[in-house]
Design a protein around this ligand. Structure first.
Ligand code: AGP
Length: 621
């Protein structure tokens, strides 16, 4: 939530600080789009200049075009997902203090803001907004007047705040400097040549440098054009952790597609292939060097709990079927925000697997902390390097999906399933549930999936045409069984968040226990049909479910495997996917559902990359 960018450049004032800030905001806008703003340090021009506007970044760009800002030596920029105070111009960041000589931007929630506001008001401070951020700006100004040093003032301010925050500040007295602080909210440093950067994530600066520095919790960072200094909140010098960003700026562009979501759907074969890459040895044996948890501990694990939210949780649900089947160890899947509040039974023999694209989801991060406090080992499956969840886990398995910019998750889902399957096979190999050659066969099946995913994408036009014809739908249901059940829930989530249509995913077998009452004439129902070649007669059971709803007037939209002639008679529309082993089917079956939601939202004239009320990375609880 909220995108933050900072830039410190040469002492000669120029237009670059503004350009870097606006470009960074464009790349971070997926983190929130209720308002946008920048502040520039403009030596010789009055100290600090700023502009801010409610609504999307385009409004700010228009404002700056109408009222140009002076050349500068440093900048900060902010794109907001509103928490305290509605999305108005007044509540937009930056917030100014010290007679307009200090500007502050913030991501997170300051929980003690009311107390601090009262204290500062008693001290004579006046406030122009309803935000907690303005309180931090006034507090920082007071600390700065006392300390005469922006870094020391930032540390003193951070020590007074409770809640979560990343703060960036510039002051007219420090023309080439940006100071930041972080507590339970993301901030990474980009190391350039003769210039340095700060960002909520590397997307903010990857167009300028791929060298980065990861900050730990509770650190203050001060950047100038030529220096990066890190301290703890008590002022003790500290070190960040250097890393190199492995994707380039082009990966975070639309690449000729109409939307990031469309591009990211098309990225999916590569995302799966890249997540598999380099994870086997010359003999084809699965090797996961990143799993730095002692083998004896992994052998002794008697329960796995997956913690995640939203799409990542559905990926966890899919993985549960595979890991239990391959490893014969119970797997629970828990929404991260429910996990720690229900007194879960967790001990040293529990392996907690945290799944997160952003690596910053606060609910998931808190679940990770809780699990470790209870003695569990935590392995995270994360896409974003330099983020908080991997840093706080015992081990991390990175998905290699590249940047996911569209708010609705697509390629993250496929790469999370792939990584979780790798973990399942690794555990099966380690614990002796599968012989290496059996693991090899399953790995080969996985390696064949990118080709099949590409085939499903190539068949997308029929899905898009169907979606366009259904733009007036107001309720859509999704059914699935076994691994098709989480796919149904993910299909419903996509439709809700993109097209603002009421959609629900059900286990097909549950239908007759209540939800079938929802079916009336013409009700669209997607059904994910299992492979007719799979086990346990699941296919015929789902075909029966289709007949039951059709008999009550449902319009059936069926995801079925190539050659499944039996289902043809009961489907109003069929979206064919290539034949694949049952456990691999989610990687294919979800793709038409993603395309459908995107196309239907497009037909309604909605912004598929930035749906209303949402933000990509949910960094508040
Ligand atoms: C899915 O389309 C959503 N954007 C959302 O459910 C997301 O998957 C969830 O917030 C978890 O995010 P994470 O993977 O970054 O932790």
């Amino acid at each position: 939530m909220c995108g933050i960018v900072g830039y410190a450049g040469p002492s000669e004032a120029s237009g670059r600080p503004l350009d870097v800030a606006l470009d960074g905001l464009r790349r971070l806008e997926y983190r929130g789009y209720d308002s946008a703003g920048v502040a520039l340090v403009t030596p010789g021009q009055g100290g600090v200049a700023s502009a801010k506007k409610s609504g999307k970044l385009a409004n700010l760009v228009e404002e700056i075009a109408a009222h140009p800002l002076p050349d500068a030596t440093a900048s900060i920029g902010h794109t907001r997902w509103a928490t305290h105070g509605g999305p108005s111009d007044a509540n937009a960041h930056p917030h100014l203090a010290d007679d307009g000589r200090l500007a502050v931007i913030h991501n997170g929630i300051v929980e003690n803001f009311a107390t601090l506001r009262a204290e500062l008001a008693a001290d004579g401070a006046t406030f122009l907004s309803e935000t907690d951020t303005e309180v931090t700006a006034q507090l920082l100004a007071r600390e700065y007047r006392a300390a005469g040093d922006l870094t020391a003032a930032m540390a003193a301010t951070a020590r007074r705040l409770t809640g979560t925050f990343t703060l960036l500040a510039v002051h007219a007295d420090a023309p080439g400097t940006v100071v930041g602080a972080r507590h339970d909210s993301p901030l990474v440093v980009g190391i350039g040549e003769g210039e340095n950067f700060l960002g909520s994530d590397v997307a903010a600066f990857v167009a300028h440098t791929s060298e980065a520095l990861e900050l730990a919790q509770d650190q203050v960072v001060t950047i100038t054009a030529t220096s990066v200094d890190v301290t703890d909140f008590d002022g003790t010098p500290a070190e960040g952790k250097r890393f190199t960003v492995t994707w380039d700026a082009a990966a975070a562009e639309k690449g000729g597609f109409g939307s990031f979501m469309d591009k990211e759907i098309h990225d999916q074969p590569q995302a799966v292939a890249d997540t598999l890459l380099g994870r086997s040895d010359a003999q084809g044996r699965l090797v996961l060097d990143e799993v730095r948890i002692e083998e004896s501990v992994l052998r002794a694990v008697d329960k796995i709990i997956v913690v995640a939210c939203g799409t990542a949780a559905y990926a966890g649900h899919v993985a549960k079927y595979a890991i239990e089947h391959w490893c014969r160890v119970p797997v629970e899947v828990e929404l991260a925000h429910e996990f720690r509040y229900r007194d879960p039974i967790v001990d040293e023999r529990t392996l907690v697997v945290a799944i997160s694209q952003s690596g910053e989801t606060m609910d998931t991060l808190m679940a990770v902390r809780h699990a470790r406090e209870q003695g569990a080992k935590v392995l995270s499956i994360v896409n974003t390097h330099g983020s908080s969840i991997p840093r706080e886990s015992d081990a991390v398995l990175y998905t290699h999906a590249g940047p996911e910019i569209a708010v609705a998750s697509t390629k993250a889902f496929l790469s999370q399933i792939t990584a979780a399957y790798l973990l399942g096979l690794y555990l099966a190999q380690l614990r002796g549930n599968k012989f290496p050659d059996e693991v090899g066969v399953l790995l080969d099946e996985l390696r064949d999936m990118p080709r099949k995913v590409r085939t499903v994408i190539e068949r997308g036009e029929y899905v898009r045409a169907t979606a366009r014809s259904m733009a007036e739908s107001d309720k859509v249901l999704f059914l699935g069984r076994h691994v098709g059940y989480p796919v149904a829930m993910e299909g419903a989530l996509k439709l809700k968040e993109l097209a603002y249509i009421h959609a629900e995913g059900f286990a097909a077998g549950e239908l007759k226990h209540g939800p079938i009452a929802l079916i009336d004439s013409g009700q669209p129902v997607f059904v994910v049909v299992p492979s007719p070649h799979g086990r346990d007669q699941l296919h015929s059971k789902v075909v029966s479910n289709i007949q039951e709803i059709r008999a009550r007037g449902a319009r059936t939209l069926v995801i079925a495997e190539d050659g499944d002639d039996e289902v043809r008679a009961y489907a109003d529309e069929i979206f064919w996917v290539p034949r694949a082993p049952s456990l691999m089917q989610p990687l294919l079956a979800v793709v038409p559902l993603q395309i459908f939601a995107m196309a239907l939202a497009g037909a309604k004239g909605l912004d598929v990359d930035q749906p209303r009320n949402l933000a990509k990375s949910v960094t508040v609880e």
